[in-house]
Design a binder for this molecule. Structure first.
Ligand code: URA
Length: 214
């Protein structure tokens, strides 16, 4: 494909057409056909948030990964497994939480036969933002947990640093309370067992801060 054409296709975006509704099912259905940015072209499907309207806690990740893209559900792959374990340890029932992502389509590049995750850029995040705002409007969580820098920067802006602010109860216009922490996939990337265990404990501690603040 012509490189200039690809670049233009990737530059073109508009805010997602999230309908004014109080129904999560209506939102999810509308998001299925979202073409607000180019990411829909190479993703299997839109991975919308999952959970109940009125959930007190909302978890916000970055974007679906390979397994989430295939399953159509957020956090069901390796990062989701760690998240599930940590939630349980922090005393949080995943069934009572609303789980979603900043960007609803899987962004990837091929490496051999594998699809490798690519970080979403500011245009893709901006295009997807109306879905997140609509989810927040409908679910109305008392507390939002931002998992990783993409989620936290989508809320607080690009200068936000998770390393400095993690585990604190913060305020923002989009939710009454926010706690930022690392992304669970960062635990998978730790170089050895000792640092994995240490980082995992810090992650659980951040989730406990969220539970306490609820
Ligand atoms: N990483 C994310 O940020 N979200 C998912 O749903 C899966 C992996």
């Amino acid at each position: 494909m012509d490189a200039k054409f690809v670049a233009k296709e990737e530059r073109d975006w508009r805010p997602a057409p999230a309908p004014e509704t109080s129904s999560l099912a209506t939102l999810k259905n509308a998001a299925k056909t979202c073409t607000a940015c180019h990411l829909f072209r190479h993703a299997t499907q839109t991975v919308f948030g999952e959970g109940a309207k009125g959930a007190k806690l909302m978890l916000l990740g970055e974007q679906p990964g390979d397994q989430e893209d295939l399953a159509g559900k957020p956090f069901v792959g390796p990062a989701g497994k760690i998240l599930d374990r940590a939630l349980e340890e922090a005393g949080i029932d995943r069934g009572e939480v609303y789980v979603t992502n900043t960007v609803k389509h899987f962004k990837w590049e091929p490496r051999g036969k594998r699809r490798i995750h690519k970080k979403p850029n500011s245009r893709e995040i901006a295009a997807c933002r109306p879905w997140l705002e609509a989810e927040l409007r409908v679910v109305r969580p008392g507390l939002l947990v931002c998992l990783g820098a993409t989620a936290a920067q989508a809320v607080f802006g690009p200068t936000f640093r998770v390393t400095r602010e993690r585990g604190k109860v913060l305020k923002s216009e989009i939710a009454p309370k926010i706690v930022a922490t690392v992304h669970p996939s960062s635990l998978l990337r730790q170089p050895d067992e000792e640092s994995r265990e240490r980082e995992y404990k810090l992650f659980v501690a951040d989730l406990r801060v969220a539970v306490k603040a609820l």
